[in-house]
Design a protein around this ligand. Sequence first.
Ligand SMILES: CC(=O)OC[C@H](N)C(=O)O
Length: 326
Amino acid sequence: MLLDREKRCKSEPSASLGYREEIPEITEAIIRSCEEPGSFTHINHEPIPSRQEVVSIVHALQKLIFPGYFSRESLDATNLRYKIGHSVSRLFDTMAQQIIHSLRHDCFRYDRPCSHCSEQGYETATKLFRAIPGLRRILATDVNAAYDGDPAASSHDEIIFSYPGIFAIAVYRIANILYRDEVPFIPRIMSEYAHSVTGIDIHPGATIGERFAIDHGTGVVIGETTRIGKNVRIYQGVTLGALSLPPDAGNRLRGKKRHPTIEDDVIIYSGTTILGGDTVIGTRSVIGGNVWLTESVPPDTLVVMEAPKLSYRASAQKGKDSHDFT
Ligand SMILES: CC(=O)OC[C@H](N)C(=O)O
């Protein structure tokens, strides 16, 4: 049986017509706002890089870097050469096209004179694909470091299949090659994608040595000018960041070293924040959890936050309605 309210609703004529009459005016208002000085639009320009394509490239590169782990079809000795050749040849053009789009965008948009975006796009894509064997080698050191440092990891394969840390580091290592080649947009699209799926934010401009491990990873931030040596391990919630940034910091500090340097064999535990471009954490140091550091520490230093004083008493829950926290 229909309720009265439902009956009324069903017999009511559609209200959309009256409201739809407003669409031309709404459209005009949006167009006028696009013409306002200082408004952001992207009209009449060369094709822009596609975020969706770049994300698919990331996943395709992950399959090439760790063959067999992320493919639906199994790889074996008879099809390996064919499958790798096939994906390199397909990916090569897609990658080059995306690089060309992003270079062209900057040429047109910012009047940067250029006559060879297309050539440069193919050259950079070639460099990236040539770097894959090296990427595979360095990522193997990262997987080994994660396994060696984590009793919860039951195998190297488990790390490759499932650890957000290794995914974020793999994407960082790819993006860093493009960043060093001064490809606009794509490195950040890649690293912010990894950030969005792992909670780990590694700027592609950071410099990170081999055997880098991020355990758990959620909330890790590694700033653009951070330098990290070899065999460094960090945990969730670690920030390697800049000191306070004034409102005009964007223009004043762009390109300057703002983030710390972490030397070889350092461990930084969860929730720690280390800030400043001149801050150096000396080799083999261990920085405990929840430390706030804005100054350098010499090699072989242990830095710990003294635990706040806790008091322990019998629980107030027994026989009481409210808790007594005084
Ligand atoms: C990580 C960090 O400090 O970020 C702050 C700012 N984006 C910068 O790069 O300086």
